[in-house]
Ligand binder design. Structure first.
Ligand code: AHR
Length: 665
């Protein structure tokens, strides 16, 4: 084929060339013999579930605490370290003096075994004393924003100070006493890290001699956004102040109380995910059985959640508890894929099948009831009390996580016990096994792949020949691991190629999700090296693979149609059709460093509109990537696609992921 400048496809390719190609590469591609991509829109080979592409999530890389979960106070319950109040520091105005320490003798309640005791030796209105929290690598302070503060407090006077009022009748007593015994004077504020600038402050009322939950609002005015900030609680009166679970929330997605960070929810919404697999991953299992995700300790008021150590080596607040996971699904219209603890922990502790496992099976049944039960069920009623009257939809339950690590061979028996009990009570639920088993036939098997791009390329036909008579496949964790903390363009090529394989086999592969989803890119934030979305306290960005996933999901289609590529080593492709709109989605990955000039032949009855669209993700080098500093270095661009016909040519840039959208009918 000869390309010349008036050729409409060439014009669109020139537009791409500006972003991704040098002219020499383009010309070389044009001179080589063209591979042919044949597409038969009339021959449907598989149906694609709307929920093919989803999200996998767990507490890793500060995904929730310091990530999606809106809480801004780090170590809010003072339980992160049993020996000292990490992330808290004493604040002393000039001439004031104070000391702070954990006080297990004054626990907040049975769930939270300590409080923070602040002994204020000297303080005044002009020079208050108290404590400051540095947040998760800073507290994001933005202009004209409302922050909600809550904490538990009680106080005792220092020598010579009047006692604070106590009990329910304290305000009345104060009134009768001519207000001579006012509330303990407490202030909260958002300040710059050095205390020199106050962005917002408020007085808190109601602090007296018994534990009491106090609330306040902090509203900022005009100020540039900053995370070099701190949150402080101070008093102007000498004495002792105890604090329990201190919380600070910015505005959240849909205004949910105890809700999620808005920019990250928006990034997820833009992916149009079909489901959410939660709560892990290794986070479900825990290092030990005692430190598993014990869902019953993650529900109810946040100040009654003890939190727990996680296998990713930091303490989880469990603010993101079972109900919050389900509400997250509801907010993004995702179907929950609930993973239940199955009696195996990462350090090889396990409970063999039998009576000892039964309490864990019962926990799983209770968990399903909490999600789906009505008011007449114990756990459905509990969910309603917790604030969510409507049951959640549930189709898939996964038993355990990566149980191929359990070398005791106990999974077969453990799975059977869960499977039987769940199927008796919930016959319609689809049960996912985490590895092959022989005792039962699971509905679905979860397979995981963490690989280099080249490994995905060489396994691209993995599912083409899988048995269609056995369980369906859920690719519940996978990623091309190239680039860190977030993957680069080469990883996007690996991911996109692999997704052509998953999509082509959508009759077998019912769901798939990338992992891990999130990383806080601050020093110490990352435990796993390649993560889809990166962020710090103030901003977030999608990696190149994030955009590849978005391109596939938004242009998913509901039918896979027959297609085949002749020639074109290093090209990977699949085509789907939207039966509703008649749009064909032609996905092509060019994993080579050379532009590929491909002849596209679309056969069958009906016609193609001469004008389509092309969405392309590419960049100058396969190691190009996005970051906090350059969030949009590698992002997709959309171009008009002109001159579409039953046989037309298209140039796919070097190192690129493309979706051509062709209109049939
Ligand atoms: O995604 C990170 C970890 O990889 C998951 O927690 C675990 O299931 C897998 O081994």
């Amino acid at each position: 084929m000869h390309l010349h400048s008036s050729h409409p496809v060439f014009l669109s390719a020139i537009a791409l060339g500006i972003a991704c190609l040098s002219d020499t590469r383009m010309m070389r591609a044009a001179e080589e013999s063209s591979p042919v991509l044949r597409i038969e829109p009339g021959r449907v080979t598989a149906h694609v579930r709307p929920g093919l592409y989803g999200l996998m999530t767990e507490e890793i890389n500060y995904s929730y605490d310091g990530g999606l979960y809106g809480e801004l106070i780090r170590n809010r319950a003072f339980t992160d370290d049993p020996s000292k109040p990490v992330h808290w520091s004493v604040v002393e105005g000039e001439g004031a003096s104070a000391a702070a320490a954990l006080d297990p003798s004054q626990p907040l309640n049975a769930a939270i075994p300590t409080s923070l005791r602040i002994d204020i030796h000297a303080a005044s209105e002009a020079a208050p004393a108290g404590i400051a929290n540095d947040g998760y690598w800073g507290i994001p302070v933005r202009a004209n924003t409302l922050y909600r503060v809550s904490f538990f407090a009680k106080a005792e006077p220092g020598p010579g100070q009047p006692a604070p009022p106590a009990g329910f009748f304290a305000p009345l007593k104060r009134l009768l006493a001519g207000n001579t015994a006012p509330d303990w004077p407490v202030k909260v504020a958002l300040q710059s890290a050095d205390g020199g600038t106050v962005f917002a402050q408020a007085r808190v009322t109601g602090v007296g001699s018994g534990w009491r939950r106090c609330e306040a609002e902090l509203r900022t005015s005009d100020a540039p956004a900053s995370a070099k900030t701190r949150f402080v609680i101070t008093s102007s009166r000498p004495g002792t102040l105890w604090l329990g679970q201190v919380s600070l929330f910015p505005p959240t997605w849909h205004g949910r109380v105890n809700g999620n960070r808005i920019d990250l929810m928006q990034k997820l919404a833009d992916l149009h995910p079909g489901f959410l697999r939660f709560p892990g991953g290794n986070y479900l299992e825990g290092d030990t059985i005692a430190t598993r995700f014990n869902w019953k300790e993650t529900i109810g008021p946040i100040w009654e959640r003890p939190g727990h150590p996680s296998p990713w080596k930091y303490h989880s607040s469990d603010g993101m508890g079972l109900l919050e996971f389900l509400e997250w699904c509801e907010d993004l219209n995702m179907e929950p894929v609930l993973a239940v603890f199955a009696g195996y922990a990462l350090k090889h502790e396990y409970v063999p099948a039998g009576p000892g496992l039964q309490p864990f099976v019962q926990d799983a049944l209770d968990e399903i009831e909490y999600a789906t039960g009505g008011a007449g069920t114990t756990w459905g009623a509990r969910r309603i009390r917790d604030g969510h009257p409507n049951p959640f939809p549930l189709t898939y339950v996964e038993v355990g996580n990566e149980d191929w690590f359990d070398k005791s061979g106990s999974y077969d028996g453990r799975f059977a016990q869960f499977f039987d009990a769940i199927k008796v009570k919930y016959p319609k639920l689809q049960i996912i096994a985490t590895t092959k088993i022989s005792s039962r036939v699971p509905d679905v098997i979860d397979e995981h792949f963490y690989r280099k791009a080249t490994q995905f390329y060489s396994d691209i036909h993995r599912y083409d020949s899988y048995s269609r008579s056995g369980p369906k496949i859920f690719v519940g964790e996978w990623a091309t691991r190239e680039g860190s903390p977030t993957p680069n363009l080469n990883a996007a090529l690996g991911d996109a190629a692999w997704m052509t394989a998953l999509e082509r086999n959508a009759d077998l592969v019912v769901m798939d999700c990338y992992a891990p989803l999130f990383v806080n890119v601050n020093p110490g934030g990352m435990q796993w090296k390649t993560d889809l979305i990166g962020y710090d306290a103030l901003t977030s960005y999608g990696s190149p693979p994030y955009y590849a996933h978005q391109m596939y999901n938004v242009n998913r289609g509901d039918e896979v149609v027959a297609s085949g590529l002749e020639g074109g080593a290093g090209l990977f492709t699949n085509t789907t059709l939207s039966s509703a709109s008649g749009e064909l989605f032609v996905k092509v990955v060019n994993s080579t460093g050379t532009a590929a000039d491909v002849r596209i032949e679309v056969s069958g009855p009906g016609s193609l509109a001469a004008k389509g669209r092309s969405i392309v993700l590419c960049s100058g080098s396969p190691t190009d990537t996005n970051s906090i500093e350059e969030p949009s270095k590698v992002v997709p661009a959309e171009y008009p696609l002109l001159g579409v016909s039953a046989s037309f040519a298209h140039v796919f840039p070097a190192n690129s992921v493309s979706v051509l959208i062709l209109k049939t009918r």
